[in-house]
Design a binder for this molecule. Structure first.
Ligand code: FAD
Length: 549
């Protein structure tokens, strides 16, 4: 099977492969869970197909707090195994995607009658360091009141009793998904976005494939294979119910939102994980020119796609910030952008939203549909490993031939990451800046943080363009790269799920909407009406990120 490049032009060839080939594994859903399973399976030699209804990472996997964390909160729920597992995972993920999983310090201020007392925190963070396998230089440090205030002078000294500094990792969830998908494509997986699984196909009472609808061409087609995995995140129940006999619901959905403010409005010196007066905890995370704050945790009913940031959500976060940082006086008008996501949690009768475990679970229907839900971004690789182990076990017992292949993903670096460590990334940025003196340090940083060593390709595309406006050239080169190599089909794909600009630099979306639309019209053969429709959809996205009802 020849491998077409991962761009719009090659969709017909990918569809041909999906229709004509017989797969070992068909995956429904292109969030972190589905993308992780695809990579695990194809690197073990399985023939993999994956369909995603909208864009990759357009579900929950672009709406998280964007932390690859060791699960400090799980300690409070005594879920030691979970702490150990996700903690170890962090350092593996840092090796696999060094430019995308970046170590950051997190400050946990201790307040009177807060969630974490001094002794509990000291012991807890120590246990956390051990369970999570934290490197010595990153291990926790307990701080006095003075040291805590020095670390974060914006805090309310009157209520601070000390603090803890510990290790967390920050990421760009949507880029993790994109690079996982691209890496899987390199290993031969056949993957398509904007393709909905509309039905499950069965033979002899067992699922043997999926019926699909390609939104772009309007074509309906079928994919056949040995096993089907439902990795549809908050839509897992909907996909399960494609089998009409399935009535019960496995998921409990909760909504979480984040708001983005200019860094100068909340200039925290490092990320802070602080108490809210209702007993919850939230994060304030600085990232270049902005600080983002989140999250909430409220029961959610309805289509996950319709989840929005409400005025009530926003007020809750603003009040929490103003209580913890009394000099700040944050207002709703300060908000630059926001996002709302839906957690696909496993039902846990009688537990409140924040008490429900974040554990993942695999369930197999009587017709053999394998569904996986729950879990975290941080644990995606282990979830993928468990799912593929199960598929291989099922394959063995069906065929009677035992052929055990171990997961290889511990060693499969993401596309764009040829870096040994964080230092190597810094050297690469310096080298690129030297070789490209026309660009600013921030422009190089932006490219390398998002695309890793693929930044060089984008810079070479920019070099081929006429004109002197370096900013416009770089943006056009980035658009070309994403269309050509990352299956970008729509303006929202570029501005939201490849670059995160809607969240972290909404002004650049507003400033360059027409320029990007004109370029994409060229690359994707849009007519004028299509281009206007794309602009209208992106304008609506901006509205939803900035207007709250
Ligand atoms: P999704 O990303 O939703 O992917 C499912 C995909 O399936 C979607 O793209 C959807 O379009 C597709 N789909 C649905 N139906 C069909 C169909 N019929 N055919 C084809 N495709 C279909 N985890 C962390 O580790 N760290 C964090 O900091 C963190 N913060 C979070 C904060 C919030 C507010 C939330 C909501 C979650 C957070 N999480 C975090 C959890 C993490 O984001 C989720 O566990 C993870 O993203 C779920 O990924 P998924 O692939 O299962 O679901």
């Amino acid at each position: 099977m020849s491998q077409p490049s991962f761009s719009y032009q090659n969709r017909p060839a990918i569809i041909q492969n999906l229709k004509n080939e017989y797969f070992d594994l068909i995956i429904i859903g292109g969030g972190i869970t589905g993308a992780g399973i695809a990579l695990d399976a194809c690197t073990r030699g399985l023939k993999v197909a994956l369909v995603e209804k909208k864009d990759f990472a357009s579900g929950t996997s672009s709406k998280s707090t964007k932390l690859i964390h060791g699960g400090l909160r799980y300690l409070k729920q005594f879920e030691f195994n979970l702490v150990r597992e996700v903690g170890k995972e962090r350092s593996i993920l840092h090796d696999l995607a060094t430019h995308l999983v970046r170590p950051e310090k997190m400050l946990l201020p201790l307040i009177k009658d807060g969630n974490y007392g001094k002794i509990i925190t000291s012991v807890g963070l120590m246990v956390y360091d051990v369970l999570a396998g934290v490197e010595e230089e990153d291990q926790r440090k307990m701080l006095s009141v003075e040291e805590t205030m020095k670390s974060e002078p914006l805090l309310d000294k009157g209520i601070i009793e000390g603090g803890g500094l510990y290790a967390e990792y920050q990421t760009d969830d949507f880029r993790l998904v994109t690079e996982l998908i691209k890496t899987s494509v390199d290993y031969g997986s056949q993957i398509l976005n904007y393709t909905t699984c509309t039905d499950l196909l069965a033979k002899g009472g067992k699922v043997c494939g999926v019926a699909c609808h390609d939104d772009e061409s309007g074509e309906d087609f079928k994919i056949y294979g040995d096993y089907v995995v439902n990795a549809a995140g908050p839509w897992v129940d909907q996909v399960r119910k494609l089998n009409k006999k399935v009535k019960e619901t496995k998921l409990h959905l909760t909504k979480g939102i984040h708001i983005v403010v200019p860094f100068e409005k909340l200039p925290v010196k490092q990320s802070v994980y602080f108490d809210v007066s209702d007993g919850r905890m939230i994060f304030a995370i600085p990232k270049n020119d902005i600080t983002y704050i989140g999250t909430t945790d409220t029961n959610y009913k309805g289509n996950p796609r319709d989840a929005r940031t409400s005025k009530k959500d926003v007020k809750y976060l603003i009040n929490a910030v103003n209580e913890a940082f009394p000099k700040i006086e944050l207002q709703i008008e300060d908000i630059l952008s926001s996002w709302a996501g839906v957690r696909p949690l496993i039902q846990d009768e009688g537990k409140s939203t924040s008490e429900i475990s974040r554990k993942d679970e695999i369930f197999i229907s009587d017709r053999g549909l394998i569904s996986i839900a729950g879990g975290k971004l941080t644990g995606y690789r282990k979830m993928a490993k468990r799912t593929v182990d199960l598929v291989l076990e099922m394959k063995s017992s069906r065929s009677g031939i035992t052929k055990k292949t171990k997961s290889k993903t511990k060693k499969v670096k993401f596309k764009g990451n040829n870096f040994k460590n964080t230092k190597a990334i810094a050297s690469y940025k310096t080298k690129l800046l030297k070789e490209n003196p026309n660009y600013l340090k921030e422009q190089i940083r932006y490219l390398v943080d998002l695309y890793g060593d693929q930044a060089a390709t984008i810079l070479s595309f920019a070099d081929q363009l006429p004109g002197k406006n370096q900013n416009a050239k770089l943006l056009k080169a980035e658009v070309r790269f994403c269309v050509d190599r990352e299956m970008v089909m729509h303006l929202t794909d570029f501005f939201v799920h490849r670059t995160g600009r809607l969240f972290f630099n909404i002004q650049s979306v507003k400033d360059h909407l027409n320029l990007v639309a004109t370029d994409m019209k060229h690359w994707l053969d849009w007519d004028a009406a299509q281009m206007n429709e794309e602009i209208a959809i992106m304008t609506e996205e901006i509205k939803q990120a900035t207007e709250f009802k």
